[in-house]
Design a protein around this ligand. Structure first.
Ligand SMILES: [Zn+2]
Length: 287
């Protein structure tokens, strides 16, 4: 069956869905919404791969190490900790062999590496940036080794412009491996100029529920070509209007696709079809 929508960046593998994970995924699948669950460290990556086996179609996995987990500092109870005091990242070092094994175990249902990249918002100091950079480069190497696209997480902050640094790293790799390095920038929030540089490198840009309530994304959506744009929820975070404030889930990607069609002033069905085609193309999705 061909899906009507794809949530290319979901986290139904997180503990926020422990109580009703199966129902959430089935609700999406029954509505024709497929999803890619994205790992952020070893446990959530393993869970994403396990979930691909629990459903006969429509559930894929991306495995890797989020930049905030390269440092021992970040707290988020919705991700892995149930404890109300929050969870402290262990400061994982990207273990190539662990992830290689996971990719082989998952077979064709593992469709990318990430989410990886640089996050200067949660990690403002240079020592942390260095650790993130090492983990990011190791993941570029694994992506090239398995010919998988990258799922990039980039966030600037007090520590500097992370988009600039990721672009520089990608450009240096692109020179050596021009046709092999590809991927998507999840939750794109850079400038128009940076968007164009990623597009020139052949990368895709995806947008979350923020497009339904934050005006500043409209220009970015407008300048992203229809054959390079994708929709995602990043659930359990940033639920779109009209679900804003509650827990997000893959089914709500329908609101985001509708909003993208509205901003681009194109037919809704045509927009949905293009968003699905783009995901099939980049992630080489197979049943
Ligand atoms: Zn994410």
């Amino acid at each position: 069956m061909q899906p009507q929508f794809i949530d290319i960046h979901a986290h139904t593998n997180f503990t926020a869905f422990d109580a009703d994970r199966r129902a959430v995924v089935e609700r999406a699948l029954e509505a024709g919404v497929w999803m890619i669950n994205v790992g952020t460290q070893q446990d959530t990556s393993r869970k994403a791969v396990e979930m691909t086996r629990e459903f006969s179609e429509g559930v894929y996995a991306i495995v890797g190490l989020h930049p905030i987990h390269a440092n021992a500092s970040f707290h988020d109870t919705q991700e892995i900790g149930k404890d109300s005091r929050g969870f402290t990242s262990r400061g994982e070092v990207f273990d190539k062999d662990f992830y290689r094994k996971l990719i082989k175990e998952g077979g064709k249902k593992v469709v990318g590496i990430g989410e990886c990249g640089l996050d200067y918002y949660h990690a403002p100091n240079p020592e942390e940036h260095k650790r993130q950079r090492v983990a990011f480069i190791a993941q570029i190497e694994v992506a090239l080794e398995f010919d998988l696209p990258l799922m990039l997480h980039i966030r600037s902050g007090a520590g500097g412009n992370a988009y600039r640094d990721v672009l520089d790293i990608l450009k240096s790799y692109k020179e050596k491996y021009s046709d092999k390095l590809h991927g998507n920038i999840h939750f794109f929030a850079g400038t128009v100029k940076e968007a164009k540089e990623f597009l020139d490198l052949g990368f895709y840009l995806s947008y979350t529920g923020v497009v339904t309530f934050a005006k500043q994304y409209e220009e970015l959506v407008k300048i992203t070509p229809m054959d390079r744009i994708m929709s995602e929820t990043d659930c359990p975070y940033v639920a779109p209007v009209p679900e804003r404030g509650g827990r997000n889930e893959p089914f709500f990607v329908t609101h985001i696709a509708n909003k993208i069609a509205g901003i681009k002033e194109i037919d809704l069905i045509e927009c949905q079809k293009q968003l699905v085609d783009n995901a099939f193309k980049l992630f080489k999705l197979t049943a």
